[in-house]
Design a protein around this ligand. Structure first.
Ligand SMILES: *Cc1c(COP(=O)(O)O)cnc(C)c1O
Length: 338
C-alpha cells in the first residue's frame, strides 16, 4: 500500500463519513433549501462566533471571494511572499479582483505588525490604496508554522487604525489551534473574514467555508454564484464537512506527533540539511550530498512512499489521518537505513 505524504489533501472519506454523507438531508442550495449545507454554515459560524458562513467547493474559491468582497480594482493587497493567495491561486487576485499585491518577505511565512505598517501606502494619488491584509495560519510554505495570537492582534490593530480589512487564510487553522491550544472564537474576534478548509487535515473530500459578517457573506454569496460556485444538492458534501468538524479535529495532535517523530529521525541523517521547525503536520527539509530533492523522492517511491520535492533541494512531507502509526514506523525504518 502507498504511504502518501504529498499533502493532507490526499485523504479519502472513511466509511463513517460516507455513511453520514448518504444520510444528508439535501435540497437546492442556490435556493437555500439544502438543510445539510445550512446546518454546516450555521454550525461553523457559531463555532467561530461570526455571523455567517458560506460553503464553497475549494479554499481557493473562499480566499478569492474574500479578497473580491474586501477590495476595489486598483487596490493593493498585503500578504507574505510565499502565501497561498499569492503563489498558488493562479494569479487570482489580479484576475478576479483587479488588485495588485504587496508581497512581503516574512519569517517562515509569517508577517509582523511593523512590516505591515511600513507597507501601507500613504494617501497619495500615485499610490494604490491599501485595502486588505491577508495572513496564513498555519503557513504552508513556512513548514506549517503558527502565528502567536498576540502577533495577529497587533496586525489587527494596525488594520483597524488604517481602515484596512483583515483576512485569514485558515486552510489549516485547526492544526494551529491544536498546536497552540487556541479556540475558534479567538480567531473569530480578530478577523473580518476567515477561510477554513474541510478537505485538508480534517479529511472531507471537498469543501471550504468563508466566515464573516452577515452583509459581507450575502455579498460573498453573489460572487460565489458569479464564479460558478453555486452548487445544488451540495449537502452530500456539507455532511462530510460536518462529520469532519465533529470527529477529526482533536486527532490532529496525532499527525503533529508523527511529524515530530519523522523530523527527529531526519535530523540525524547526513544527507539532511536545514529542517524548518516542526510545529504542526508539515515537514520541510533540505536534502544535500548523496541526494537531490528529486532523487530522494524517487528513492522513497520505490518503497511505496510518496513525498514532494518543492525545490531543487527541499522536500515536503505532510502527515494526515490516512497516515497511520504503522506507516510512520515503516518510513522511519527506511530512512534509518538510508
Ligand atoms: C490548500 C490551501 C488552500 C486552498 O486550496 P484548495 O485546494 O483550493 O482547497 C488555501 N490556502 C492554503 C494555505 C492551502 O494550503
Amino acid at each position: 500500500m502507498m504511504i502518501d505524504l504529498r499533502s493532507d489533501t490526499f485523504t479519502k472519506p472513511s466509511p463513517a463519513m460516507l455513511e453520514a454523507m448518504l444520510k444528508a438531508a439535501v435540497g437546492d442550495d442556490v435556493f437555500r433549501e439544502d438543510l445539510a449545507v445550512n446546518q454546516l454554515e450555521s454550525y461553523a459560524a457559531a463555532l467561530f462566533g461570526m455571523e455567517s458562513a458560506l460553503f464553497c467547493p475549494s479554499g481557493t474559491m473562499t480566499n478569492q471571494i474574500a479578497i473580491k468582497c474586501h477590495t476595489q480594482p486598483g487596490n493593493e493587497v498585503i500578504c507574505e511572499k510565499l502565501s497561498h493567495v499569492y503563489n498558488y491561486e493562479g494569479g487570482g487576485i489580479a484576475f478576479n479582483s483587479g488588485c495588485q499585491v504587496r508581497a512581503l518577505e516574512g519569517n517562515l511565512g509569517r508577517l509582523t505588525a511593523s512590516q505591515v505598517l511600513e507597507a501601507i501606502n500613504p494617501d497619495d494619488v500615485h499610490k494604490a490604496p491599501t485595502a486588505l491584509v491577508c495572513v496564513e495560519n498555519t503557513a504552508n510554505r513556512g513548514g506549517g508554522s503558527c502565528y502567536e495570537i498576540a502577533d495577529l492582534e497587533e496586525i489587527r490593530t494596525i488594520c483597524l487604525n488604517n481602515n484596512i480589512k483583515y483576512h485569514l487564510d485558515g486552510a489549516r487553522i485547526w492544526n494551529a489551534m491544536i498546536a497552540k491550544g487556541e479556540s475558534p472564537k479567538q480567531y473569530g474576534n480578530l478577523f473580518d473574514s476567515i477561510s477554513i478548509c474541510l478537505s485538508k487535515g480534517l479529511g472531507a473530500p471537498v469543501g471550504s467555508l468563508l466566515l464573516g459578517g452577515e452583509t459581507y457573506i450575502n455579498n460573498a454569496r453573489r460572487v460565489r454564484k458569479i464564479l460558478g460556485g453555486g452548487m445544488r444538492q451540495a449537502g452530500y458534501l456539507a455532511a462530510a464537512g460536518m462529520f469532519a468538524l465533529e470527529h477529526n479535529i482533536d486527532r490532529l495532535k496525532v499527525d503533529h506527533d508523527h511529524a515530530t517523530m519523522l523530523g527527529n529521525v531526519l535530523k540525524n541523517k547526513d544527507f539532511v540539511g536545514e529542517i524548518y521547525p516542526i510545529e504542526t503536520n508539515i515537514i520541510i527539509f533540505e536534502v544535500k550530498g548523496t541526494y537531490s530533492a528529486q532523487s530522494f523522492s524517487v528513492f522513497l517511491k520505490k518503497h511505496n512512499i510518496l513525498c514532494i520535492p518543492i525545490s531543487a533541494n527541499q522536500v515536503r512531507m505532510v502527515t494526515h489521518l490516512d497516515v497511520s502509526a504503522a506507516m510512520v514506523n515503516e518510513l522511519i525504518g527506511i530512512i534509518e537505513k538510508m
